[in-house]
Write a protein of this length. Structure first.
Lengths: 171, 482
């Protein structure tokens, strides 16, 4: 089973996932969609809130089934056609992105950006420490100042850093 | 209104940024627009929208620079340009090739912008007579055209379109105001935000592919040879005129876009030429044909967007995001409520072309060197822009996770060779489609068929669409099975 899963092609993953999600959503439509609002015994909506999603989900389930059935011979791919180095690089890249997204609020924009940028630069093949250091320090600070001072929008930041900036810029 | 100094300045910055990104192999105009889109939210519509249009125009031309110098098209639209453009570089005439690419791009763009201005207002007047049944039919027809034109297999397109329509259902029902598929999560009550979705689906997969190519060594690009002469330019004028007409015609049809226009323009030039054997061997008319056609698409793609709220391609989907964020809802009512703003934006497009030729002429030598810049320096910067842009829109950390999630979906779809366009179109048009359906049902009362057949134009549109769409689908199915 595990070996078969590892051999599934990208289209099998995509359409299979869509099939599972859409059929589950269709099955539990009544639980996932609230009841329509009623005023004096009459529904406020000309069409049921479940009507349009049900049509879409039914057609999606049907199309996924047709696709999976007509392409059943192409759902598995040979291990020789796989590029494991690229796949590993992509997974590492997405892990960095998830960590970046999760840490931006608790650690602030500057710290999380510096860590994420230096990690991505390393993955992209940059081995110059000077370049990585300059890139990961200067560019987040520039973006931070442009966003907070130029566009007057907030970016998440640790309080001590915010205080330090406020102190520097107020002087 | 369009003659504001800040409009000019931001358009110039947009043109420069577009050319810069277009000139970088592996980085596309679409990615640049998705990432720089949030900046436009903090500007007036008359400044922010021309800024994005500048990126669009500059990026399409910028893509021709690596296509000509290193045979590596910066954008899909420049594939046809690389056929003769790179041959000219090999002959030591890269400067001439870039000059004709610039001039034919500007002429194609300007002529199509004028054509857009002339036809958009009569179309808007007609569209303003539309009611919900007509709007429903037109939206449905647009979705079908997009599915048919996106990729070889219509089932793949339909799957993506229905996935997009379903994603549009998440949040609050536009008619009854009840929650759907939110799982009680507060962040999903207002639905999936468009911006993280656009950046995730369009920009992140491009970045991953650029990351994969980051180790590749590029040959040093050189800008050599004489400049374009007036006689050579005159020789190309009939080709530019023909390609402009082709590009403008294609631009108005949702789903086709620059790649199709450039290829058709190139083929038409070759067929019409008295010396077709020189095409593919370094013929400047080949470069002119492709560039005029792909830039002539830019203006007319705005016609379905502004009049009906239907984005014709990925780039106009991003522009739609900018309009919505500015509080301008493209569609018939836009001309009624914000007619002067729309007119100012259209005029700004024409003015942008004048700036385009000046900036392009002066900066070609700079961008020719940028072709070889290290992607390992650019990728982290693009990620930084993407995350900062996705966050500042709503200041919600959940948007960052959505950005990454949609990036993964976009990458998976690209690996599976499924087009993203129908998904985005389904998502954008899902809400208006359901709303129009609800209004139609409410108007029809107890006799829906009588209502549609006798009182409305809606059925006429559906009847008109059936043979057209059926014929297209049949043709597409035949080509798949062949």
């Amino acid at each position: 089973m595990r070996r078969m899963l590892s051999r599934l092609s990208a289209q099998a993953w995509l359409v299979g996932t869509l099939f599972v999600i859409s059929s589950s959503a269709l099955l539990f439509t009544n639980a996932l969609i609230a009841k329509p609002k009623v005023l004096f015994g009459r529904s406020l909506s000309p069409i049921e809130p479940t009507l349009f999603p049900s049509i879409i989900l039914t057609l999606l389930v049907l199309l996924c089934t047709i696709y999976l059935f007509t392409n059943r011979n192409r759902l598995l791919e040979s291990s020789t056609s796989r590029n494991y180095a690229s796949a590993f690089k992509t997974i590492r890249f997405f892990i960095i992105l998830v960590v970046y997204a999760v840490t931006m609020i608790p650690f602030g924009f500057l710290i999380s950006s510096a860590v994420a940028m230096s990690s991505i630069a390393l993955i992209a093949g940059n081995r110059s420490l000077v370049q990585i250091f300059a890139l990961s320090i200067i560019s987040p600070i520039t973006i931070y100042l442009v966003a907070t001072r130029g566009l007057a929008v907030s970016l998440p930041e640790l309080s001590p850093i915010e205080f330090a900036y406020a102190w520097i810029l107020d002087r | 209104m369009a003659m504001r100094l800040d409009t000019f300045a931001l358009m110039a910055i947009g043109l420069f940024a577009g050319m810069l990104v277009g000139a970088l192999p592996g980085f596309t105009t679409l990615m640049a627009m998705a990432i720089l889109l949030p900046i436009s939210f903090f500007l007036d519509p008359i400044v922010g929208i021309p800024f994005l249009l500048g990126i669009y125009k500059g990026g399409i031309f910028g893509g021709s620079i690596p296509a000509i110098l290193v045979s590596m098209p910066g954008t899909g639209a420049a594939i046809a340009t690389s056929i003769d453009g790179y041959k000219l570089t090999q002959k030591g005439q890269s400067r001439k090739a870039l000059d004709i690419a610039l001039f034919s791009s500007v002429i194609g763009d300007t002529a199509s912008d004028v054509f857009t201005i002339l036809m958009i207002f009569p179309i808007a007047l007609l569209v303003m007579q539309f009611g919900p049944p007509e709007l429903f039919s037109v939206l449905l027809l647009s979705l079908v055209i997009i599915v048919v034109t996106a990729g070889k297999n219509p089932i793949k397109g339909l799957i993506m379109m229905f996935a997009g329509l379903w994603l549009a259902q998440i949040g609050t029902d536009p008619i009854g105001g009840v929650e759907r598929f939110t799982f009680g999560l507060f962040d999903l009550k207002s639905g999936i935000p468009l911006l993280p979705m656009l950046i995730g689906l369009f920009a992140l997969p491009e970045i991953v592919y650029a990351l994969m190519r980051s180790g590749e060594v590029q040959s040093l690009a050189k800008l050599v040879g004489a400049r374009l002469t007036l006689s050579e330019f005159r020789r190309c004028l009939p080709t530019i005129r023909r390609s402009t007409i082709i590009g403008a015609g294609i631009g108005i049809i949702p789903g086709l876009g620059q790649v199709v226009a450039a290829m058709m323009g190139y083929s038409a030039a070759k067929n019409a030429s008295t010396h077709p054997e020189t095409f593919g061997e370094g013929e400047i008319e080949g470069v002119a044909a492709a560039e005029a056609a792909n830039n002539a698409v830019n203006g007319p793609t705005l016609v379905p967007l502004l009049t009906l709220g239907i984005p014709g391609d990925n780039v106009t989907a991003i522009l739609l995001g900018a309009f919505v964020a500015q509080g301008l809802r493209p569609g018939p009512q836009l001309f009624d409520e914000q007619g002067s703003t729309v007119f100012a934006i259209l005029i700004a497009m024409v003015i942008a072309n004048l700036m385009f030729v000046i900036i392009g002429y002066l900066t070609i030598p700079i961008f020719a060197r940028i072709v070889t810049i290290k992607t390992s320096l650019l990728i982290p910067l693009v990620i930084l822009f993407a995350f900062a842009g996705a966050y500042v829109f709503r200041s919600d950390a959940v948007d960052l996770l959505m950005l990454v999630g949609f990036g993964a979906i976009g990458l998976l779809a690209r690996a599976a060779r499924f087009e993203i366009m129908p998904l985005v179109m389904g998502f954008i048009l899902g809400g208006p489609l359901e709303y129009a359906l609800g209004q139609t049902v409410a108007m029809a009362g107890t006799e829906p068929l009588k209502f549609l057949f006798t009182e409305r134009l809606g059925m006429l549109f559906v009847l008109l669409a059936t043979p057209v769409v059926g014929g297209l689908l049949w043709k597409r199915m035949q080509s798949v099975s062949a």
